[in-house]
Structure formats: C-alpha cells, structure tokens
Design a protein around this ligand. Sequence first.
Ligand code: PMV
Length: 347
Amino acid sequence: HSADKANFKWSAPSNIALVKYWGKKDNQIPANPSVSFTLNNCKTITELSFEKRDNNSGFSFDLLFEGQPKESFRPKIEKFFERVGAYLPFLKNYHFTIDTQNTFPHSSGIASSASGMAALAMNLMSLEQLLNPDMTDDYFYKKASFLARLGSGSACRSVKGNVVEWGAHNDFLESSNLYGIAFPYVIHDNFKNYQDTILLVDKGEKQVSSTVGHGLMHGHPFAEQRFTQAHDNLSAIKSALESGNIEKFIAITESEALTLHAMMMTSSPYFILMKPNTLEIINRILAFRQETKAPVCFTLDAGANVHVLYPESVKEKVLEFIKNELVALCQNSQYICDSIGNGAEKY
Ligand code: PMV
C-alpha cells in the first residue's frame, strides 16, 4: 500500500439497540446513553479506492452501489465527508471511489446507515493509518467509531462487538458521548450467540427520518424523564447481562422498544410507526412466551419491523414458532436470521 494510490475493503454490521438512543444535541451528541447488540449477518461491505491529487485540486469522490453509480446516496455521503473533514485534514488531497454493497436486501426497511457509515469510517481510518503507521489499535477503533457517529449516531456502535455502549454513564468509566465502547464487563453465557430474527413487516420508505425523530425530543413533554429512565435502564440491563438474568433483560428490552414508540406517539407532530402486523406479532410473542416459558422477546427500531431476540438454546423451538405463526405476518414473508457478532472486519 502506498499513500498515493491504493484501496481498502471493510465490512461493518448493523446493530440493534436494547436501551435506545433517541434525542440528540448538536454535533451528534446523544441526549442519553444507549447499548446495543452488534449483529453478524446484516452487513455493509465497502471498498474505498483512493488516489492522491497534486496541487490541492480538492476532494472528490465517485459512488458505486453494488458496482453501479448510485447518485441518490450522494447527499448523505457528502454530508458525512463535510463533517469528518476537520478530523481528517488529508482528505482534501484525495479522489475516492466508494463501492458499497449490503448483505441484506436493500429497501428491506433495514436501515443501512449504521453499517454503511461504520464501514466507510473503518476505510478512512485505514488510510489515516497508512499516513500515520504508529497509531495504536485503540486509537484506530475509537476514532473510527467517532467518525461513524458523525455519519449516523448509532453507527458508532457498529465498529465493535458483541455488546456496545455509547454515551456517558456512571457505571461505565470509559464511556463517552463521542464514540462507542465494547461492553467492559464479562457477559453471562446465557447471552452467548444470542439470536435476532428480524421480521420485515413493512419495507416502505420511512415515514420520519431519524434526524427528524431525534429533533422531536427537543421540548418533548417527557424528555427529561425519558433521559433519566435510559440511564436507569442501562444500569439495570448491565446487571442483567452480567448475571445472566434473561427475565430482567426481557423486561427492560421490551419496555425500551415501546418507550421509543411512545415518545414518537407523544411528540408534536406525532407519528405512529407500528403497523397492525407489528402489534399482532408482539402479541403473539407475548402469548408464546407465556405458554411455553421460552425466553423470547421483541424489540423495535424506529419503524414497523420486529426484532425477535432469544438465546441460542431455544433456537429450534423459536424458529419453528416464527415460521408457523409470524412469517405470514411479514411483507412478502420476508425475515432475516441474525445473531450477535464481532463488529467491523477487514478484508
Ligand atoms: O443513528 P440514528 O440517528 O439513525 O438513530 C437511530 C435511533 C434508533 O435506531 C431508533 C435507536 C438506536 O439506539 O439505535
């Protein structure tokens, strides 16, 4: 690799929050700390080729999605480069070609911003490392997460695995509003290889962008209580993850998902992002749990899709239930089997 012309390739996974980030301050600073499972199969794979330009001819880039030019992604990437420019002063000397693909169907309603921004950030750090070979691994990963955050807040949790915390919190000495950290405590074996089956209920365009959504927390009547609750839930889920208390884990995770939606339903203007089948699926999961005692629970993003979370030990039983009862409630019967994973990987 020469710093004049070379290319890198990184993959980064999506992540699913357990304690939700909802509400932000300027510069992508979260209003409350959050914690997520890093996923394993839902990934963005991005190849970054770069070429040094002489005499400050300026920064430029070409954008390919699955090998084809994709102009509709350009504004998001442009904004990302504008934000990270101050932290990567060498960018202005390069022309980039960004070639990106997702392992999950695009327009599946699965947000690719977390995995996409994280994969791009990893590549940019590889270039910085080429220019500054003495940087530590710790610096590399922290700064990658920092840069990813500037693209999309939750993307800072996609750099590392398997559980990532983001945002200043008293129980996490190393925590920061600026980047995510790998969960610094020993996680109980009950959560080892935890499963996430994503039920695609509605693949339509998002009704409300997450930027607008976060903005609705400014002046929200319940904002302060919500931010305090997130801190408390983070403490509680930390203990549950350490002690292996799945019951407590379930109670917090489901309450967080419903609270996220409750915040949107009580915003001004308000949004209802669940669909009838979202509720039907939730009710069936609750009934299945009551009947079988299988420790399965749901969580939601800022949309209609349902993430079904469960330990590997009940995988067979839960997948059978999902196939028999829940898949028919998905759009085009689509669902994705995933599990917790290790974060970004270099090719
Ligand atoms: O990263 P953003 O700005 O798209 O926000 C994502 C927010 C949620 O996915 C709803 C919650 C979270 O913590 O990931």
